[in-house]
Write a protein that binds this ligand. Structure first.
Ligand code: GLU
Length: 446
């Protein structure tokens, strides 16, 4: 006689009607595998890049202003350090998770190799909406992050920096906390610090300036006349602002701008500095609406972030978060050139489609490398006890990024491949050289 089961049997697993969307990390690893495979990079090297060396997870206890304690989940990932200590920012954002931090750390590994800095890649993040915290709560959170990671980071192991919703003040608190823990001055542990605490001239503008240098090179190769080029910038944070400002100075027409609260569009083009002033006063770019001088100067309309991406412009600059251009909207992107100032704004799943449609994508690992390049300058200055003038920082940046562009562009042309594939190939070859110098199967077994 059949025995009555003690518990109801498990329901059969339901098959999802549509395949699950790959996570940002899966997408990053798949893209790496495709490009590396096509470039003939040894499988052993690619395999070493499919997983992070180490990811630390912590729950940060933070005393809130009302006396209660809240816990914030935090990560620090040292992805790969074969070319030098890990390097990469710390993000404070509600959407942070382990997968995102690991994808960002993988991209840092590639980015540092594209511009040939003596670094590997790392990244950190805290799951938090920093705008909902008081200043003192943000300070306690920043210090708590360092208490949890002090044994993991260091000037010769892993060097953090700013990223989305973190800034120089936060880097200052973090460096101070680290120095208190180790009992000595160690400014090279973190870059992007305030000038007064060992920061570098030119670090704040570096990501935007670097992107501008790269776009200038591309513009030259395309024979662009700036005055006839219409630009849309998604994300009016630090990088987006400085890039828009520099492009406008060159004569480009900035027809659309947005931040997390929405966007604005004007066919005549915006005066970037005025929008910045309005944003600082009203805390959002849409504050330009009839609150101050800008609305009297230009006619403009409100648009959403999604609409901005689909505008018929020459240059589209996603400068906010990852994954904003993917299978859901790639076919509606009308821009001729996409300059990835954010990390990972275009999903790997649509690389091929955009290339086949003739859309030129300036990849993040080159376009936004100005930030980490000036971070490297800051680290060098800290270690040598020097301070370079702004002119020197700008001059050195203006040597490194255009040279990297020319290398990437030359390879893309000669191989007939997208710029991203060329940038990845250069980076993978450099990482492969370092890995092979330590010995691979080919060396040991022939
Ligand atoms: N967070 C920036 C990036 O994604 C800068 C990193 C750094 O300076 O280390 O490139």
């Amino acid at each position: 006689m059949p025995v009555e089961p003690l518990a109801p049997s498990r329901p059969a697993p339901t098959t999802p009607s549509t395949p699950a969307t790959p996570t940002v990390f899966d997408d990053a690893v798949a893209r790496l595998g495709r490009i590396g495979g096509e470039a003939g990079i040894e499988e052993e090297i690619l395999e070493s890049l499919r997983r992070p060396a180490a990811t630390l997870t912590a729950n940060l206890p933070v005393r809130m202003d009302d006396g209660s304690t809240r816990y914030f989940e935090a990560f620090r990932c040292r992805y790969n350090d074969v070319r030098g200590p890990a390097k990469g920012g710390i993000r404070f954002h509600p959407a942070v998770d382990r997968e995102e931090v690991q994808a960002l750390a993988l991209w840092m590994t590639l980015k540092c190799a594209v511009v040939d800095l003596p670094y590997g890649g790392g990244k950190g993040g805290v799951v938090v909406d920093p705008k909902s915290l008081s200043r003192m709560e943000v300070e306690r959170l920043s210090r708590a992050y360092i208490r949890a990671t002090a044994g993991f980071i260091g000037p010769d192991t892993d060097i953090p920096a700013p990223d989305v919703y973190t800034n120089e003040r936060i880097m200052g608190w973090m460096a101070d906390e680290y120095e208190t823990i180790v009992g000595r001055k160690a400014p090279a542990v973190i870059t992007g610090k305030p000038l007064a605490l060992g920061g570098s001239h030119g670090r704040e503008e570096a990501t935007g300036r670097g992107a501008w240098l790269v776009i200038r090179e591309l513009a030259r190769s395309l024979g662009w006349q700036p005055s006839s080029i219409r630009v849309a910038v998604q994300g009016f944070g630090n990088a987006g602002y400085h890039l828009a400002r520099l492009l406008q100075q060159d004569g480009y027409r900035i027809v659309a701008l947005s931040d997390s609260k929405g966007g604005i569009y004007s066919e005549k083009g915006f005066d970037v500095e005025s929008v910045r002033c309005e944003k600082l006063a009203s805390k959002e770019v849409r504050g330009v609406y009839c609150e101050g001088s800008v609305c009297h100067v230009v006619d403009h309309e409100r648009i959403s972030n999604e609409e901005l991406l689909e505008l018929d412009v020459d240059l589209l600059v996603p400068a906010a978060l990852e994954g904003v251009i993917g299978p859901a909207n790639a076919d509606r992107i009308r821009a001729r050139v996409i300059a990835e100032v954010a990390n990972g704004p275009v999903r790997g799943e649509v690389d091929r489609e955009l290339f086949e449609r003739g859309v030129i994508v300036l990849p993040d690992v080159l376009t936004n490398a100005g930030g980490v390049t000036v971070s490297y300058f800051e680290w060098v200055q800290n270690r040598q006890g020097l301070r370079w003038p702004l002119d020197e920082v700008r001059r050195r940046l203006a040597e490194i990024l255009p040279a990297a562009f020319r290398e990437v562009h030359g390879l893309a042309r000669s191989e007939g491949i997208p710029l991203r594939d060329a940038a990845y190939r250069l980076a993978l070859r450099r990482i492969a050289d370092a890995t092979a110098a330590q010995g691979t199967r080919t060396f040991f077994r022939g």
